[in-house]
Design a protein around this ligand. Sequence first.
Ligand code: BJW
Length: 228
Amino acid sequence: MAKDRNIVILTGAGISAESGIDTFRSAGGLWERHRVEDVATPQAFARDPDLVLRFYDMRRAAIQEKAPNAAHHALARLDREWSGGLLIVTQNVDDLHERAGAGRVLHMHGEHLNAWCLACDARPRWTEPLAHRPACPECGEPALRPDVVWFGEMPYRMDDIHAALREADLFVSIGTSGAVYPAAGFVRLARDLGAETLELNLERSKGSAWFEQTRLGPATELVPAWVA
Ligand code: BJW
């Protein structure tokens, strides 16, 4: 593809699986041990904030011990070398794209390393546990929650994502099951808007039929081979 073309890359939990971060829906994935409605909805947080905060504290600590893998590094290299438009839209709340060196990254489901103050709306960088109810560094209230997008909440920066999809010549989806909207609908949107579509995944996603091309295998093999 000519290097002035526009690429949108959607990533999901599968790209971080080989870094040792659990996926959500694969065998042994996170939701097998925690019912999604117990931990990833605003209702769950209202009902049992301790459980939800402990769940996220555990994952925030685990993620900080993991490192980017060959797939993150390959995308970071593409980002550095690609002179056309490029946007990595990640559903992941980890920071492995950034730690690999990618700059053009948008976290549509938020970030583990941010907190959100429900009292003053500040979004401080946050690497420590939240379950002991620390004070917000801005307003002093003990009202911090993880800055992640739960079911029923609006994913972040949808206008920017739609703008990038409108301009896209190529849409690539990596390591996502296509089970969660609106991300699962991006392939149809991209196609309708004229982009070529490519899926890289361990197994076919729910929306696999929408892609013009699918390559199956582990991200650490498929992504470097695609970028090369
Ligand atoms: C590998 C691999 C390897 C493994 N190499 N590959 C339309 C229809 C029906 C329902 C809805 C709809 N629109 C909206 C909804 C409701 C809902 C939804 O989608 N529900 C579905 C369950 C049906 N969506 C929402 O609520 C969203 N909000 C919204 O739509 O707002 C609208 C609104 C309007 C007006 C007012 C208010 C709102 C929000 C969704 C938020 C999702 N949040 C989570 C948690 C984030 C925080 C956290 O991390 O805890 O995001 S849920 C979870 O799923 C997480 C993920 O980002 C997301 C997607 O998961 P992902 O990444 O695809 O992971 P897996 O595990 O599912 O798949 C892994 C894949 O990798 C597999 O395919 C493997 O094969 C593959 N793999 N190893 C390559 N080595």
